[in-house]
Design a protein around this ligand. Structure first.
Ligand SMILES: C[S@@+](CC[C@H](N)C(=O)[O-])C[C@H]1O[C@@H](n2cnc3c(N)ncnc32)[C@H](O)[C@@H]1O
Length: 261
């Protein structure tokens, strides 16, 4: 049985308005390249891929945890499955207000943000490497694609906004590489709404999903970045911090893609 040693409430997210670009998200998605699932490392896990492992899929299907990110030293970071599976809250709405044009929700999970944008008639696409997340996002009424942010994606260089919420600066375990990739996806003048960890941290780690009951998935690279670290990574990769705010303990940055030299 795994011991839940230090459950630290730590999470990060971002800001948000009206749609201006009329991007044909659905048609672009149907023409999208086939998704390439993330590489899987064999470990003691119940299954193959990290986020696609059964523990996360089971939690998403049930709409609840407990589920944690576990560091090699046993430290556990609780994942807010219930909040992700609910509708957008006030903090999320502060992010949605900052969205412009077509919106790419990177690591959309069960899709509360993409679904809300779809309800508002704003073009949006959720992408996620976990089939259960894509299924839930589509069931919630949004367009979603089973794909990694590092895969070829529809409308590269044309997205008006991107979302990187709920700790997703950790995707790939290399924030500068992720931020540089997102710049490629956005249109000139596009914006990234990114959530920072609510603590002063700048960490790369190997994590596993852990249900706190003795089951865990394979390890995968992940990262955590508080506000200062996220700003630093962003400004070194061609972003300008246009705004930052805090809402109910969550920290958000509005980043503008600077003109390329
Ligand atoms: C910390 S969770 C955040 C979930 C989410 N934002 C929500 O609203 O539920 C990270 C999400 O990113 C997805 N993910 C991990 N690596 C990814 C990648 N390379 N590309 C796209 N999504 C990825 C995971 O499957 C998972 O759904």
């Amino acid at each position: 049985m795994t011991t839940v040693s230090t459950p630290v409430a730590d999470r990060a997210s971002s800001p948000s308005s009206a749609s201006s670009a009329s991007t044909p998200v659905s048609s672009a998605v149907s023409a999208a390249p086939a998704a390439r699932p993330a590489a899987a490392a064999a470990t003691t896990a119940r299954r193959r891929t990290p986020w696609s492992a059964d523990l996360y899929a089971d939690a998403l299907r049930a709409g609840r945890g407990p589920l944690f990110l576990r560091r090699p030293d046993g430290w556990l970071l609780p994942l807010d499955i219930e909040r992700w599976c609910a509708g957008p809250d006030e903090a999320d709405r502060s992010v949605l207000r900052q969205c412009r044009g077509s919106v790419l929700d990177i690591g959309c999970g069960p899709g509360r943000m993409a679904a809300e944008l779809a309800r508002r008639g704003q073009p949006a696409l959720g992408i996620d490497i976990t089939p259960a997340a894509v299924e839930r996002t589509r069931a919630a009424g949004a367009t979603a694609l089973l794909a990694s942010v590092f895969d070829p994606l529809p409308q590269e260089g044309e997205w008006g906004s991107a979302l990187l919420l709920d700790g997703n600066i950790g995707i790939g375990g290399d924030p500068p590489a992720l931020l540089a990739r997102i710049r490629e996806l956005l249109a000139p003048g596009g914006r990234l709404l990114a959530e920072a960890a609510p603590v002063g941290v700048d960490e790369r780690l190997r994590a596993r999903l852990d249900n706190g009951r003795g089951e865990h998935g394979p390890s995968f690279p992940w990262a955590r970045a508080g506000r200062a670290a996220l700003r630093g990574h962003a400004e070194r990769t061609g972003w300008r911090t246009a705004a930052q705010w805090r809402f109910r303990g969550r920290h958000f940055l509005l980043l503008d893609a600077r003109r390329r030299p």
